[in-house]
Design a protein around this ligand. Structure first.
Ligand SMILES: *Cc1c(COP(=O)(O)O)cnc(C)c1O
Length: 372
């Protein structure tokens, strides 16, 4: 129940990767036939990734993951344009910490409403000043809120300010088109949709200039040097093809499971509050605050029953800082502590959700019964 942290790699993905880890081990930049086959495999994968968002293959730059893509988008704009960097208060740390690095530029955080939806009026106000980049995520990794990218790009387009979106949670999960949303740059990662870890991409609209981040050879159009992660990229391509296959059906099934789980928990437990939006929500995300129940205690009880969930972002769970996302949507410190995220995947069955719901209901009742 923690598929937003990472998803199980699909067996077909492993099978597609395997030759490139063994007999097809050639360097794609080499000038003999077997190496050219590796280069073709990388370019085929680039097409598969591009197809998910309706981009051109040459607008896709492979990276080591979502974090690198977010950093790249930000440093590329901060390095060459003047003005404030505008982002949201509920971004992933890959954006927030990159934005604040070395205090290179002034940063303004746009707030969200109690459902986690970006404050468009505030964004509009900020765009009256000089802005070097707007970076707003496609969907939040903790509470699953899907942001209005189209409305945001209408504002950034009118102000002639580049718009980057961290789409690591949305990519391959929900329909996402760079034309329809109007984004100029977009980040994604393979391991959130059943691909391998350590590979991602940055989409950059072809009219935009991109600052090369890693200097060396001519890989990735000279913008990111270093021998390609061929097997990882091939696996990413396969995961993208599989994500596109019957996407609507998978979304329908996931949404059914999600809403069933939300409904059952709200019906069977008193003092629970759904966090995030009911309407604009990723199909895999369920996030609750349970009054008078510590999230870490509930997490431990669930783990004993074989259920793995999360108190928030996996990247945060080692520190004790309360989630900036939950704080931002207005939860107090106690409510933040009493919250858990459950993220499903489309191949789950309703009886698995039943098992999870039963375990949550019993554990919450038990923990409340022993709490004075
Ligand atoms: C997972 C995640 C990232 C980081 O991606 P990695 O590939 O793990 O570096 C960035 N942003 C969001 C929204 C994420 O969910």
């Amino acid at each position: 129940m923690d598929n937003a942290a990472t998803a199980k790699m699909k067996p077909e993905v492993l099978r597609a990767m395997e030759p490139y880890l063994t007999r097809q081990y050639y360097n794609p930049s080499a000038n003999y036939e077997p190496a050219r086959k590796c280069r073709d495999a990388v370019e085929n994968a680039r097409e598969s990734v591009a197809r998910v968002i309706g981009a051109k293959p040459e607008e896709i730059f492979f990276t080591s993951g979502g974090t690198e893509a977010d950093n790249w988008a930000i440093f590329s704009c901060v390095g060459r344009r003047r003005g404030t960097l505008v982002t949201s208060a509920i971004e992933h740390h890959a954006v927030l910490h990159a934005a604040r690095r070395d205090k290179m530029v002034p940063v303004e955080l746009v707030g969200v409403d109690c459902h986690g939806v970006i404050d468009l009026e505030r964004l509009k106000e900020l765009l009256l000043g000089e802005v070097c980049l707007v970076s707003i995520m496609a969907a939040n990794n903790e509470i699953g809120t899907v942001e209005p990218l189209k409305e945001i790009s209408r504002l950034t387009g009118a102000a002639k300010v580049p718009f980057h979106s961290d789409a690591v949670q949305a990519f391959g999960q929900i329909p996402l088109s760079v034309k329809e949303t109007g984004v100029d740059m977009l980040s994604g990662a393979a391991h959130k949709l059943g691909g391998p870890k350590g590979v991602g991409f940055l989409y950059v609209r072809e009219e935009m200039e991109l600052l090369g981040m890693i200097k060396g050879g001519e890989q990735e159009r000279g913008k990111r040097a270093g021998t390609e992660n061929v097997a990882g990229i091939v696996g990413f391509g396969k995961a993208c093809e599989m994500a596109m296959y019957k996407m609507e059906e998978k979304i329908k099934h996931e949404t059914m499971l999600r809403d069933y789980m939300i409904h059952e928990i709200e019906k069977r437990i008193s003092g629970v509050h759904l966090n995030g939006s009911r309407k604009c929500r990723l199909p895999n995300n369920i996030h609750f605050t349970f009054d008078k129940v510590r999230g870490d205690a509930l997490l431990a009880l669930l783990e004993e029953q074989g259920i793995l969930a999360s108190a928030g972002s996996a990247c945060n769970s080692s520190n004790t800082e309360p989630s900036h996302v939950l704080t931002e949507i207005g939860l107090d410190e106690e409510a933040v502590r009493n919250s858990l995220r459950f993220t499903i995947q489309p191949d789950m069955k309703i009886r698995q959700i039943d098992y999870v719901v039963d375990a949550i209901v019993q554990s919450v009742h038990y923990l409340r019964s022993i709490t004075p």
